[in-house]
Design a protein around this ligand. Structure first.
Ligand SMILES: [Fe+2]
Ligand SMILES: [Fe+2]
Length: 334
């Protein structure tokens, strides 16, 4: 589906601000943390003590916790899917020189990917060293998830994609932060710090993507509103929507993972609703004027949606049965 010229025009106009967004919301390679800063230094003298510390501390964490940490890590590791998806958006041109210079949107996507790549890397190494999960099964899940891709309902539309990324970056901020808090509560200092620092990256990314949308709202309010409405009406799906374990069909592991995350309180329906409220507030959709009739209706729908969802959420029960995953063997239960 080709987008009408206005969308492309808006993308080209906003592109001039993207270098500024990169400076404001991303951190140069030489200044940003790297996974090794948070993990045992295997070139140092005390590396065995540090590894033993990870393994000892890891014994305190419960079954659901490992399931969620694995799935969070696998979600991060499926980054090739997200990069190629965003690179394919209308208005992003990775083939070098448009108008005599590098396309700033593709630069954003690459630099964002570079930052994100450190997340899966960090958690993968931690899980490997913890000795608490079956890494081979986890690795198979990662490969399956990359093979399976995703379908987030945005098409190549940048407006819909930026709603999605705004939403998801905040969702990952919340879930990494909560996992870090749980780890810290059980005395896992290293893991607590890792998750917290990753959550900080997600927050910066969230702030960037919500700014992209805010800027687009200034240029094309009605179409931006309709795109936001469309995404929320369809519901924001998780990037790991197709998660599976070896031997399973596509997406079969997702629900059990999501139930574990809800049981732990790492990411719940109420978080989803609060994210929506935050986006409604930040974009000030209640104050937006000169919308088309259709966009007015979309805005009304979005304003009422949080309350409507809250009424439904109160009636939903989270299954208590823990599913046994191949990633975390039953004898790993405490
Ligand atoms: Fe991430
Ligand atoms: Fe992210």
């Amino acid at each position: 589906m080709a987008l009408d010229n206005i969308r492309l025009e808006v993308m080209n106009t906003v592109e001039k601000q993207v270098d500024g967004f990169i400076k404001e919301y991303l951190i140069p390679v030489e200044d940003i943390w790297q996974p090794t800063d948070l993990l045992p230094n295997l070139q140092g003298e005390n590396y065995m003590d540090e590894i033993n510390q990870i393994r000892e501390e890891a014994k305190e964490l419960e079954y659901d916790f490992w399931v969620v940490l694995v799935a969070d890590m696998v979600t991060e590791e499926a980054l090739p899917t997200y990069e190629s998806w965003l690179m394919d958006m209308e208005g992003v041109e990775q083939h070098g020189k448009s108008r005599g210079e590098e396309n700033a949107w593709s630069k954003w996507v690459r630099h964002w990917t570079g930052e994100e790549n450190r997340h899966g890397d960090t958690l993968n190494k931690y899980l490997y060293l913890s000795g608490r999960v079956n890494m081979r099964e986890v690795e198979k899940t990662t490969q399956y998830l990359i093979n399976d891709g995703f379908d987030i309902g945005t098409g190549r539309d940048p407006y819909r994609n930026f709603v999605y990324t705004s939403f998801q970056e905040l969702a990952t901020n919340i879930s990494h932060k909560r996992v870090g808090q749980l780890a810290k509560k059980k005395g896992n200092k290293m893991l607590g710090k890792m998750c917290n620092i990753i959550a900080g990256d997600e927050m910066r990314h969230y702030m960037a993507y919500r700014e992209f949308v805010k800027t687009i709202f200034e240029h094309d309010p009605s179409e931006m509103m309709l795109a936001f409405h469309d995404m929320m009406k369809k519901k924001i799906v998780m990037p790991a929507q197709f998660l599976r374990e070896s031997g399973q069909g596509i997406a079969e592991a997702f629900e059990n993972f999501s139930n574990a995350a809800q049981r732990l309180g790492v990411y719940t329906t109420y978080d989803y609703i609060e994210i929506l409220e935050k986006l409604n507030g930040y974009w000030e959709i209640d104050k937006m004027r000169s919308l088309t009739d259709e966009a007015e209706k979309a805005r009304d729908y979005l304003m009422k949606l949080p309350d409507r969802m809250r009424r439904i959420a109160g009636r939903m029960a989270i299954p208590e049965d823990q599913h046994t995953f191949k990633w975390v063997e039953a004898n790993g239960r405490l």
